[in-house]
Structure formats: structure tokens, C-alpha cells
Design a protein around this ligand. Structure first.
Ligand code: SF4
Length: 354
């Protein structure tokens, strides 16, 4: 199965929420002046498309703060990206007219953040009263519009025991198959508020296991990997359900464009943030694993990362890749070949920046 490559573009840092765990430092938030200029965003998307990326992945900050977001979405589709993914806290997507405007511009995947299974947990974590209700409304709007929904969930001390009830909502109630349970990056506000929010791998893992068991027992479909910023030694039975722990093999690392237009690589960036223990040398994943984050080590040390000596029996939950299969059908209908970079046999159009 050929997986789509992402081109990630950081469009801005300003935000209409005040997440207590935001991995940006407070100083960069609400800096409207630091938005990536439209021409730079278009150029970054063009470069990603020339690298045969399928998914224009637009991230922030909160990108719906930009009045020109529909224009950026449209230009990405004009370049031939079959998928434009909007990452959002969901607040503005509660407005059906705005959600429709983005879908009509060409956005077809919405990655929305939900940080608890109830208003008390989510609203307190994102610092916006009424936010949970708006996210639920955003899901309703996007479902009605036929857009694909993905979810990001940032684990921390206030929510890590509530993962199963959260999945009962996003998977059980809304039938969302694509979600990321993200172990904390102890950077920015998350590091500044570590005493209030920190949770260790050892504390979190039993609740992750409870959530995986719920998914299996309920017969839920999952699109792809569901655990981010974990390492194989944390949950050896769930390695096949983890993303971003492994050096990319055989394929070129995916591009990430910073707000100043600087070009980076997703896994290259992650690897620069990681370190390993002496014991890692004895681990069967050592050659593939990028290690654990230095920020984590600063708070908890590295003693929880112990070598895996032999592969564990995989937890019986397997990604469906339903979306990917739908993508393949869509490309075929358009006469495009997935392995040729979704139609890049012919050159994509450089944007006109009138
Ligand atoms: S290489 Fe180290 S960090 Fe990676 S899975 Fe093995 S023990 Fe854990």
C-alpha cells in the first residue's frame, strides 16, 4: 500500500485558545505579525508538490485565524494536491457557514483537537469556556459536509485517565477512525507548567492499554497508527500502532516548512530532539528507533526506556487504511498513478501570486 506523503506548512502562531499544554512558548502565541506571508505559503506548497506529496497539511497556531485560509486551501488544490488537511482547535468550525467555505475551497480532511471527554476537562485545558460544545458542533458540521475528520488528543495529567471515555465519543459516537493520542512534548507551556500537567510514560501506559482494549472490543475501525511520541519499549505489543518513532526507511523524509519559509524534515527534526540510553544498544529496535525526547529525560530521566529483547505478540488491532483505499480509488478515477506521486508525471503549476 502506497502511503500519501505530507507537506506540512506552519502558517501562523496566533490562536484563539489558551491551551495550558501548548508546546509553543507563550511569547510566540498571538504574534499576528509572524504569520507566514501568503506568497511564502504558496511557494512552500509548490515545493512539497514537486516532491510528490499528496497531502497539503496546514498547521499553526490556529490556522483559521487567517482570513486568507480559504485562498491558501484553494491554491493547494489548484496545484493538484488531492488532499488538503486543516489542523484546527475546532472553535471556528462550529460555524456551519465557515466550515462550508473551507470545504468548498477544497479542504477535505480536518484534524481537530479534543483534549477530554467532557466540557469540564476540555474547556479547562484549552482555556475557553464552551469550547467542548463547539468542537462537538464542528464534528456535526463536518460530518454533514462529507469531510474526513481526524482527531488530535494531547495526553497530560488532567486527562490521561479519561482516554477510554474520549474514544467512546470520537470512535463510538462519531465513528471517527483517524486519531492521534499524543504523548506530551515537554516544551513551551507544557514544560513551564510541568508541575501541574506532567505525566510519565509509566503512569500513562495502563490507560492507553485500556483504550486500545476498548477499540478492539467495540470492533472500531482505525485508519492508521494511533499513538504518537511513544517508543516501542513503552508498549512493545503496539509498535504497529505507533507513528514518528522510526527513521523513515526507503522513502525520503517528508518536508516541513517553518513560518519563516525555512525548510526542514519531519523525522530529521524529531531525531534532533531525541536521545538514547546505553541500554538501547541491546534493543531489537535500536537501528530503527530515534529514541526518546531530551525534554522528557530532563523531567523524568531515561530509566523507563529499557531494551526490548524480542518482538511482542502484536495487540490485535489493525489499521484499516480505509481512507487510503478511498484515495486510491479517487486517484484511479482521475487517471492518476499513486506511485507516480498522484499525477506528478506532468509538472504541477507554479502559483500565480496576484
Ligand atoms: S531503542 Fe531505546 S528508546 Fe528505542 S525502543 Fe529500544 S530501548 Fe526504547
Amino acid at each position: 500500500m502506497i502511503k500519501p506523503r505530507n507537506c506540512e506548512v506552519i502558517l501562523n502562531y496566533d490562536c484563539n485558545a489558551k491551551c495550558r499544554f501548548c508546546y509553543h512558548p507563550e511569547a510566540v502565541l498571538n504574534q499576528v505579525a509572524e504569520r507566514m506571508p501568503f506568497a511564502k505559503a504558496a511557494e512552500a506548497l509548490y515545493k512539497g508538490r514537486r516532491e510528490k506529496c499528496w497531502v497539503a497539511y496546514l498547521i499553526g497556531g490556529e490556522i483559521t485565524m487567517r482570513p486568507d485560509l480559504p485562498k491558501i486551501v484553494r491554491i493547494a488544490r489548484d496545484m493538484g494536491y488531492p488532499y488538503v488537511q486543516v489542523m484546527s482547535n475546532g472553535l471556528k468550525l462550529a460555524d456551519p457557514a465557515y466550515a462550508r467555505e473551507l470545504v468548498e475551497a477544497g479542504a477535505n480532511i480536518f484534524r481537530v483537537s479534543v483534549h477530554g471527554p467532557d466540557a469540564a476537562t476540555h474547556d479547562a485545558l484549552v482555556g475557553v469556556p464552551g469550547a467542548f460544545k463547539k468542537v462537538m458542533k464542528a464534528f456535526d458540521n463536518l460530518t454533514r459536509l462529507g469531510a474526513e475528520i481526524s482527531v488530535n488528543h494531547a495526553l497530560n495529567k488532567r486527562n490521561y485517565k479519561k482516554l477510554k471515555p474520549l474514544l467512546e465519543i470520537i470512535s463510538g459516537r462519531f465513528g471517527i477512525e483517524d486519531f492521534n493520542v499524543i504523548f506530551p512534548h515537554y516544551n513551551g507551556m507544557m514544560a513551564a507548567r510541568a508541575s501541574e500537567l506532567k505525566v510519565s510514560v509509566t503512569q500513562a501506559v495502563p490507560y492507553v492499554r485500556e483504550a486500545l482494549a476498548y477499540l478492539k472490543d467495540s470492533g472500531a475501525a482505525i485508519e492508521d497508527t494511533v499513538l504518537v511520541n511513544f517508543t516501542p519499549c513503552n508498549l512493545p505489543e503496539a509498535v504497529h500502532l505507533m507513528a514518528e518513532w522510526e527513521r523513515p526507511a526507503g522513502t525520503k523524509d517528508e518536508p516541513l516548512f517553518h513560518i519563516d519559509g525555512r525548510e526542514d524534515r519531519i523525522h530529521g527534526l524529531k531525531e534532533r530532539l531525541c536521545l538514547k540510553n546505553k541500554g538501547c544498544e541491546a534493543c531489537i529496535y535500536n537501528a530503527r528507533c530515534m529514541g526518546f525526547e531530551k525534554w522528557y529525560s530532563d523531567l523524568f530521566g531515561g530509566s523507563e526506556f529499557r531494551p526490548v529483547r524480542k518482538p511482542a505478540v502484536p495487540f490485535p488491532l489493525v489499521p484499516s487504511h480505509n481512507r487510503l483505499k478511498r484515495a486510491q480509488v479517487l486517484l484511479k478515477k482521475k487517471g492518476l498513478r499513486a506511485d507516480a506521486g498522484a499525477g506528478l508525471a506532468k509538472p504541477c503549476r507554479r502559483p500565480e501570486l496576484a
